[in-house]
Design a protein around this ligand. Structure first.
Ligand code: SF4
Ligand code: SF4
Length: 274
């Protein structure tokens, strides 16, 4: 039975992690430090920032179990449960053993409306309040598992070939990915129809990555910490009142670097001896 196999795998994983922990704090923390170095992991909806997530997650596997057992995860033809989106890291993975993750090219997150993986988390590693909307209801659209990035060189829409596979696969149709018309100057008579990811709406579910038609996906999800830059607090949007408010108590600091008193050497005009 698939399900009992999953359970067995999960038990084996738990025993592995208990066994490893018993090897001694130093060995475990050395191991934990080395695997923590992998920033390319996608965590379940509502996961805390990676460092806090790793500290909070007790590696119980309840999220992965809820994911595999969700009502919509039954094969219509066989009536059997299909593999879940969430996997638990095993020995040999470059992730902390026993922590949940997903790989969109294998199985993306299906953005279940009731988000069964989150309320079962007993540790707070999956943070329910972060997924509540204005009506205080769980809302999967509030999740931010990562950000989809389009690689323009390999996306065939940027070559002028008509393709909207990612746009159509997105559960937030025309919101998280929009299509932008652009004149094709090369032919002079056609238009490009370009997928554009909207940062504020993309949840990082990976359905677009799974649907992409290119040999290696031209659109792929990266964890926020890798995909997003940070302008820093000293840059302010002058046209945005809220942004102005953010820095209203800011104190300016001036840094002076003393100029060198040494005379400069003019190497270009110096006689060089060979
Ligand atoms: S929301 Fe995503 S990760 Fe959670 S149970 Fe559904 S498919 Fe699995
Ligand atoms: S349910 Fe929570 S504590 Fe348990 S493995 Fe999943 S994230 Fe970690």
């Amino acid at each position: 039975m698939e399900h009992s196999n999953n359970r067995r795998n999960f038990m084996a994983t738990s025993i592995q992690s208990v066994g490893l922990a018993a090897l001694g704090g130093m060995l475990w923390s050395g191991y934990a430090d080395s695997v923590k170095a992998s920033p390319l992991v996608l965590r379940p909806p509502g996961a805390l920032a990676e460092k806090d997530f790793l500290a909070a997650c007790i590696k119980c596997g309840l999220c992965a179990e809820a994911c595999v057992n969700r009502d919509t995860n039954v094969d219509k033809e066989t009536g059997l449960q299909r593999p879940g989106t969430l996997q638990m890291a095993k020995g040999g993975d470059t992730l902390l053993i026993g922590t949940p993750f997903f790989v969109p090219t294998e199985i993306p997150c299906y953005m279940c409306e009731e988000i069964p993986c989150v309320p079962v988390c007993p540790s707070g590693a999956l943070d329910m309040p972060s997924l509540l909307n204005e009506k205080q209801e769980l809302d999967i659209n509030k999740s931010s598992m990562g950000l989809a990035i389009v690689h323009k060189e390999s996306c065939i829409a940027f070559w002028g070939i008509q393709c909207d596979a990612c746009y159509r696969a997105c559960p937030l149709l025309d919101v998280a990915i929009t299509l932008e018309y652009q004149k094709n100057d090369r032919t002079g008579k056609h238009a490009f129809l370009l997928p554009v990811v909207q940062d504020s709406a993309c949840t990082g579910c990976g359905l677009c990555e799974k649907a992409c038609v290119t040999e290696e996906p031209a659109i792929f999800v990266l964890p926020n910490v890798v995909a997003k830059g940070k302008a820093g607090d000293h840059y302010v949007r002058g046209w945005d009142e809220k942004d102005q408010e953010r820095v209203k108590n800011a104190i300016s600091k001036e840094t002076r670097t003393e100029l060198s008193k040494k005379t400069a050497n003019d190497y270009l005009n110096m006689e060089v001896e060979y």
